[in-house]
Design a protein. Structure first.
Length: 89
C-alpha cells in the first residue's frame, strides 16, 4: 500500500545502479549458509553492480564468498578476523 501511495504503483521503480559511485576495491562478502540474504537477490545485485562499473575496472566490485558462513558469522565467527577483517584492512 505504501508503494502505491508513494510511487503510484504496486512495486517501487527500479533504481539505476549506475548512479552509485563505488569506491575502488569494493568487496561483497557473501555466505554460502546465509539464511537472511536471498542468494538470488545477492547475486543479482553483484551482477548489476559489475555491469554498472564496467567502464572503470578499478571500481568493479568483487564477491568474496565464504561457503561455511551464515549472515552473522561475518561479525561473530571465530575465524572472522582472518576470513573478513584482514581482507578489509
Amino acid at each position: 500500500k505504501k508503494n502505491e501511495e508513494h510511487y503510484k504503483q504496486k512495486q517501487p521503480p527500479q533504481y539505476d545502479l549506475s548512479k552509485i559511485n563505488l569506491p575502488p576495491k569494493t568487496l561483497f562478502f557473501t555466505g554460502g549458509m546465509d539464511t537472511l540474504a536471498d542468494p538470488t537477490d545477492v547475486n543479482r545485485l553483484i551482477r548489476l553492480m559489475q555491469i554498472a562499473t564496467a567502464d572503470d575496472a578499478s571500481k568493479m566490485p568483487l564477491d568474496y564468498n565464504i561457503l561455511s558462513y551464515d549472515h552473522l558469522d561475518f561479525t561473530i565467527a571465530i575465524t572472522a578476523n582472518v576470513q573478513v577483517y584482514d581482507k578489509i584492512l
